[in-house]
Structures are given as structure tokens and as C-alpha cells.
Design a protein around this ligand. Structure first.
Ligand code: S3P
Length: 166
């Protein structure tokens, strides 16, 4: 069975895709992202899945996508920001190299503007961001074998820090 060399977790907008691609290049391996798998598999955007079916349905789809990717992929794998909400998913991450890319709320505002394109942050984004992180920070920390803060760092610097942390 294949197994990802690195799994990236962390909040939306932290740069999992950018850093994941850079890490994959540096390690000479492939890059995969469960959000992309879901969009390809469902033939619609993640925002549309949230609107059409709600968050619970999205989480069920996401859980399957993560399980499949963990079993199939042997490169760098980035998970959607909420994938770690699922206890079975967290259990599947045990024993793997999992890097938590972290950022504080001010960095999140700088990077994303916390704009309306993200369905979980459509109303009062700064407050929702804080609430999301309160609920999730300990879950990211629970699954992580390394925590790499991204505040004030370029993607290249974050990639170096992640490689150092491995
Ligand atoms: C989500 C993060 C998104 C995407 C969906 C829900 C979340 O992925 O899966 O919008 O709950 O944090 P990214 O972290 O890749 O943006």
C-alpha cells in the first residue's frame, strides 16, 4: 500500500497548495490535494456542494476522498482545512508525517482578505475565523508531527522550514 511522504494540514488560505507543490518539487515526488479530488469527482465546486447539500454532506464526501488519497498517493498530500474535524480521519493520520501549517488571524486577513469566496467565512469573516480556529487548533496539533508557523514567511521559507522539521 502507498502512503504519502508528507500530509499537510492547516486552515484555509495558509498556503497548503503552494507549499505542497514546492515540497513535492524539492522531494521529487507528486502533489495531491483532496479539495481538487472532490471537485473532480463531483464535477462541481466546493462552494456549490456546500450550497446544494450542506456542510455535513460535504464532510462525508471529504472523508471518503481523504481515505482514498491516503491509500493511493505516495507523494505530498494536502487536506482541506476541515478534514481533521472527523475522528476517523484523525485516526488514519496516526503514524504518518503530518505538517501543520499555522497562521494567526492577522496573517489570514493579509493573505486572503478573508473574502466571501470561502463558504465558511462569508459573514463576519474575522470573527468566524477566530471561532473556527478555537474549535480546530487543538485538532491540528493533535494530528501534527511538526508545526510550521507561516506568519511573515514566503512560501519558499515555509517550504524550507517544513523540510527542516521533517
Ligand atoms: C474548508 C476548507 C477548504 C474546503 C472547504 C472547507 C474548511 O479547503 O475544503 O471550503 O472547513 O476549512 P482549503 O483549506 O484547501 O481551503
Amino acid at each position: 500500500m502507498s502512503s504519502p511522504v508528507i500530509v499537510l494540514v492547516g486552515p484555509m488560505g495558509v498556503g497548503k497548495s503552494t507549499v505542497g507543490r514546492l515540497l513535492a518539487e524539492r522531494l521529487g515526488t507528486g502533489y495531491r490535494d483532496t479539495d481538487d479530488d472532490i471537485v473532480a469527482g463531483e464535477g462541481r465546486s466546493i462552494a456549490d456542494i456546500f450550497v446544494d447539500e450542506g456542510e455535513d454532506a460535504f464532510r462525508a464526501i471529504e472523508k471518503r476522498a481523504v481515505r482514498t488519497a491516503l491509500a493511493e498517493h505516495d507523494g505530498v498530500l494536502a487536506l482541506g482545512g476541515g478534514a481533521i474535524l472527523d475522528a476517523d480521519t484523525r485516526a488514519l493520520l496516526a503514524g504518518r508525517r503530518v505538517v501543520y501549517l499555522s497562521m494567526d488571524v492577522e496573517e489570514a486577513v493579509r493573505r486572503t482578505g478573508l473574502g466571501t469566496a470561502r463558504p465558511l467565512l462569508a459573514v463576519n469573516p474575522r470573527k468566524q475565523w477566530r471561532a473556527l480556529m478555537e474549535a480546530r487548533r487543538h485538532l491540528y496539533e493533535e494530528v501534527a508531527t511538526a508545526v510550521v508557523p507561516t506568519d511573515g514567511r514566503t512560501p519558499d521559507e515555509v517550504t524550507e522550514a517544513a523540510l527542516d522539521a521533517l
